[in-house]
Design a binder for this molecule. Structure first.
Ligand code: NDP
Ligand code: 8X3
Length: 257
């Protein structure tokens, strides 16, 4: 029989565990017998998650990934057994707005860059040395189909996800020989709070992308995340692009004046 890794040995540091993929992955890892460090800015959500999963399985840290010092301090203060992290799920991220580039809010661009790029590299940089010192681990980053396929209004969001993809591939080269795996998960249309955040709480606009179709959900993506980490340590999924069956590719947009 094919031998997967034992999830009971997993200690998973998750950014963005208050919602969507991060929360679903936390539940899935604990259900499988692992331990999680659930982080995010919304402390009330984190407390609810800890109450649900049990403090012995779920350690919570209120954390903004844009705050490098706070990340470093939180990691330095981790109690046993949560200090033996062997999986990092660098998932926290967001899209803001869908305006054409010339009309986009520059503050939105700054927030996306500060979260999806800067926050993600802070997280990975802070956790890699410990995993290397402990003899191995797995970095899982959240990219997107938007990092490969351009779409109107996706200028900076898509570019941040292209960064994440290339960062993941590049650090994979850097950790060669260190028993560290690196996987970039690249989902398409998935119904979480993502759209509500993109449209700043406008529920009408936020529900539009999911109308009359079957999008993926957070559990679908959590399953792909967990699967990629359960594969034997000698197997590395570099990139995993996952789309709803209902989502496919369109024609090029030819302007005819
Ligand atoms: P959600 O909005 O449901 O969750 C996003 C999570 O990111 C929340 O837990 C939020 O926590 C956290 N977060 C945002 N900003 C920060 C910050 N500054 N510091 C710490 N945590 C932060 O969205 P998803 O679960 O859908 O998205 C997760 C990731 O997947 C993102 O990187 C997104 O770009 C990506 N993705 C999403 C797709 C989709 O269609 N849903 C498709 C492809 C990729 P809090 O607000 O409490 O801090
Ligand atoms: C989220 C998917 O298509 O809304 O990364 O950009 S999309």
């Amino acid at each position: 029989m094919y031998q997967l890794l034992d999830p009971k040995s997993f200690v998973v540091f998750i950014t963005g565990a208050t919602s969507g993929f991060g929360a679903a992955a936390a539940r899935r890892y604990v259900e499988a017998g692992g331990k999680v460090i659930a982080t995010g800015r919304r402390g009330d959500r984190l407390k609810e998650l800890r109450a649900e999963l049990g403090a012995e399985n779920c350690h919570i840290i209120e954390l903004d990934v844009q705050d490098r010092k706070a990340i470093d301090a939180a990691i330095a203060a981790l109690p046993a057994p949560f200090d033996k992290i062997n999986i990092v799920l660098a998932n926290a991220g967001l899209a803001l707005g869908l305006q054409p580039a010339a009309e986009a809010d520059v503050a939105d661009w700054e927030t996306m860059i500060a979260t999806n790029i800067t926050g993600l590299v802070y997280t990975v940089r802070a956790l890699l040395p410990g995993m290397i010192a402990r003899g191995g681990g797995h970095v899982v980053t959240l990219g997107s189909v938007a990092g490969d396929y351009p779409y109107p209004g996706g200028s900076v969001y898509g570019a941040t996800k292209a960064f994440v993809k290339q960062f993941a591939l590049n650090i994979r080269s850097d950790v060669q020989g260190k028993n560290i795996r690196v996987t970039n998960i690249e989902p398409g249309l998935t119904e979480t709070e993502f759209s509500l955040v993109r449209f700043k709480g406008d529920e009408g606009k936020a529900s539009k992308p999911y109308e009359n179709t079957k999008a993926m959900n957070a559990e679908d993506i959590a399953e792909t995340i967990v699967w990629s980490t359960l594969l034997p340590q000698h197997v590395n999924v570099n990139r995993l692009q996952v789309m709803a069956t209902t989502q496919a590719f369109g024609n090029f947009d030819i302007y005819r004046g």
